[in-house]
Design a binder for this molecule. Sequence first.
Ligand SMILES: [Cu+2]
Length: 176
Amino acid sequence: MIAFLLRAGRRILVKRSFRLTSTGLLAATALLAAVTLLSASCSGSSTSPTTHAQARLRVTGAYVPQPALGDMAAGYFTVTNSGRAADLLTSVTSDVASSVAMHTTNASGEMLPVSSFDIPAGSALVLRTGGDHLMLMGLKHKPMAGQTVRFTLHFAHSAPVTVTAPVEPMGYQPPN
Ligand SMILES: [Cu+2]
């Protein structure tokens, strides 16, 4: 009798642990689906309309790290050109800054203002920490993690592109 109860109990336990596992699996799958949806609908990605056969630009991975102080912030994104002609990023405007400067970083680590960034055909302009980047000056408010900032990119040839960039916590590093 005791042996039977034990056996029956074990069977229930096995059943219950299986149910727990499959529930856990379901939850994990749902979470993964939600994360995938989130990244798919993530802002900061926009494609400019093509008029004629030239540059074909796509802006991705835009973000602003929350600045330490409230007077200046950096901005980053990637502009991919899958077209057959080069283009130039000539200026950037933002809803949060009175002016946006384009900076490059030289071999000695000094920042130098530039009047434009090249976007070669079949290549990409990548703004990243320690390299080419934006400097947002005259901030209307200090961007805080969780907020968003809008950038409008102006090009020599292509139509302007507006992207919404998330403000990331200080020290954030993009996945690639
Ligand atoms: Cu700079």
